[in-house]
Design a binder for this molecule. Structure first.
Ligand code: FE2
Length: 329
């Protein structure tokens, strides 16, 4: 199963590829620092033709089959282990298990629920463009899917550094199957909007911290995003089984979209909960530790941070914003 990186996390990383390379002044503050790169991927900015409407009639049978296989391999597992917010969002959206979702059908429903809309885009967005979109509560989505001819064609002339089955950019399965259902939840939707707005504040640098600290603080926010809404778990308080076909038999629920769109990652979480995963561990939520802990996007995660509740996550972020405006020492 290919792992899939995230729009939100990666757009920071694009900036950091060069910024971190130029400045490692504060890297000593991070643990688990892992050198990596995604050079070679086109990044779209404000002046580029970045909007790419989904042409639903162009979706091929093969692409629908790939979607079906990915979805159906995960369907029962997610019903048992995904978080309440995910399951409720999924129930109310037209995300079929046997064919590509149609953005035009989904977007108005999200807009009605939380004010977010889907914005079909051509590829990676630079941080300025991403934040501009985010401020309008627009969620960028692509309509290509891993392992398809359209996907391979897009990268036919590119040398992607990582060759271990990693998908170099998020695909429709990760964006729509994993992230979009959460956008139906008002509290969650507000949370990710605030994370994006904070990123915008870091880049705008009203505090005049300078490029080294901007890149360092963006990396902190990137790490936080990774350990929460990409790979986060929340305590199972036993109240969501009524939404499941099979009761959740572990002490955790999955809310990280990077886990939700990966069969291997879901299985690893379950194995870890049942003490059968030799390489991964659960750690208690600690926002400072998470912001200062880097990650390896090329492998199954070696740790998952557990938050007590989703409200606890939102509250923690709200109270610890200064963590992302480190001023140096
Ligand atoms: Fe993501």
């Amino acid at each position: 199963m290919q792992n899939v990186f995230c729009w939100f996390v990666l757009f920071y990383y694009n900036k950091l590829i060069t910024m971190v390379a130029q400045s490692t002044k504060y890297d000593h503050l991070f643990s688990n620092l892992i050198p990596n790169s995604i050079d070679g991927i086109k990044i779209f900015g404000m002046d580029d033709d970045y909007i790419k409407p989904q042409i639903y009639d162009d979706v091929t049978n093969l692409e629908n089959r790939i979607w079906s296989e990915l979805y159906q391999n995960l369907e029962l597992l997610l019903n048992q282990y995904a978080s309440r917010e995910y399951l409720l969002g999924l129930k109310t959206l037209p995300i079929p298990n046997n064919m590509f979702p149609n953005f035009k059908e989904i977007s108005p429903l999200i807009e009605n629920a939380t004010g977010w809309t889907l914005l079909p885009v051509a590829g990676f967005l630079d941080e300025e463009l991403f934040f501009d979109i985010n401020k309008k509560r627009q969620f960028p989505v692509t309509d290509i899917i891993r392992r398809s001819p359209r996907f391979d064609e897009k990268y036919s002339e590119m040398e992607i550094q990582n060759k271990k089955g990693y998908t170099p950019e998020p695909d429709i399965f990760h964006d729509v199957q994993a992230h979009v259902p959460f956008l139906m939840n008002a509290d969650y939707a507000e949370f990710i909007w605030k994370v994006g707005v904070l990123g915008d504040e870091i880049i705008k640098d009203k505090r005049m911290l300078g490029p080294d600290l901007i890149s360092h603080n963006l990396k902190r926010l990137q790490n936080f995003a990774w350990w929460t809404y990409e790979y986060g778990l929340v305590k199972n308080n036993g109240t969501s089984d009524r939404f499941r076909r099979v009761p959740n038999d572990i002490d955790y629920e999955i809310y990280g979209a990077g886990i939700i769109s990966s069969l291997d990652e879901v299985n690893n979480v379950v194995d870890c909960a049942k003490e059968r995963s030799p390489n991964s561990k659960f750690l208690p939520y600690d926002i400072e530790e998470m912001a200062l802990t880097c990650f390896d996007y090329t492998h199954i995660q070696d740790r998952y941070y557990i938050v007590e509740s989703m409200d606890g996550l939102y509250d923690s972020f709200k109270k610890n914003k200064e963590l992302f405006f480190f001023e140096g020492q």
